[in-house]
Design a protein around this ligand. Structure first.
Ligand code: B1M
Length: 208
């Protein structure tokens, strides 16, 4: 059996080559892919997320950890498909129309991937009709809208309306620097989170 604690630590420290080698070793030792994912990769991301919440690490460390997880994940993904391991939820995220900011959105996407969600990133400057089209194409259970500009926040309301009018039943969460819980309540979003680490908790709650 490979050392999955060491794998979690390599991810947490953002050690890309270490995470890759330890994932390879775990696979060749015959460790169950689900354990490699949950105890190794997600385990590492859980630690970094908890430390980020406590302000013990900052955004660059989280991004570096996510990159290490992504590298090892590429190796694990075909094995997960073979083993029929299901993601804990399906999530689509995009930055609303007129808004080109994507650093926060990418971070939310990475954290949810790290927590075991299957993530469809539909990019930036996404008009309501594209959210609708992609929600139908992917069949996700949870949708995330990001906005960084006060001028593009109304795009969240129009996107939520378009999704509901089109009969999309997925839960919708929103976030971004100018967004608040009061705004989420006002426009009928199912949830709001202030940062990517709490977005994971919210996503788990909304899909439970
Ligand atoms: Co822009 N910009 N920008 N910008 N930019 C801000 C947002 C601004 C506050 C700067 C300022 O004036 N002080 C200001 C907005 C003012 C306002 O509307 N209140 C602003 C402006 C005005 C503009 C332009 C209009 C500037 C111009 O051209 N005159 C222009 C608009 C372009 C457009 O979008 N149409 C513009 C352009 C740009 C750049 C392209 C140069 C660049 C973006 C690069 C990129 O994203 N690829 C940029 C940047 C980098 C910023 C700042 C400096 C940093 C944003 C960022 O990445 N933060 C920003 C000032 C600031 O915030 N201090 C600013 C780091 C990131 C990790 O945090 O995105 O908040 P954040 O994400 C957090 C949370 O908000 C949350 O989790 C993330 C991680 O914890 N979160 C979610 C985000 N989405 C979520 C979704 C969720 C849940 C949580 O659920 C779905």
């Amino acid at each position: 059996m490979a050392d999955l604690k060491a794998l979690a630590e390599a991810v947490m420290k953002g050690n890309q080559s270490g995470a890759l080698e330890l994932t390879k070793a775990a696979l060749s030792d015959g460790d169950p892919v689900k354990s490699i994912l949950n105890e190794g990769l997600i385990g590492g991301m859980d630690i970094i997320a908890a430390r980020w919440k406590k302000n013990e690490v900052y955004i660059p460390e989280v991004l570096i950890a996510a990159r290490a997880m992504k590298t090892a994940m590429a190796l694990l993904e075909p094995e997960l498909v073979k083993a029929g391991v299901e993601p804990i939820g399906t999530f689509m995220i995009g930055t609303v129309a007129g808004d080109l900011h994507d650093i926060g959105k990418n971070l939310v996407a990475m954290m949810l991937k790290g927590a075991g969600f299957q993530v469809f990133d539909v990019g930036i400057d996404v008009p309501p009709e594209k959210f609708v089209e992609q929600a139908k194409a992917t069949g996700v259970r949870l949708i995330g809208l990001s906005a960084l500009l006060t001028t593009t926040m109304p795009g969240m309301e129009t996107s939520i309306k378009a999704l509901k009018d089109a009969g999309v039943s997925a839960k919708i969460m929103i976030g971004g620097a100018p967004v608040t819980q009061a705004y989420a309540d006002k426009i009928g979003a199912d949830g709001y989170s202030a940062d990517a680490a709490s977005a994971v908790d919210l996503a788990k709650r909304l899909t439970a």
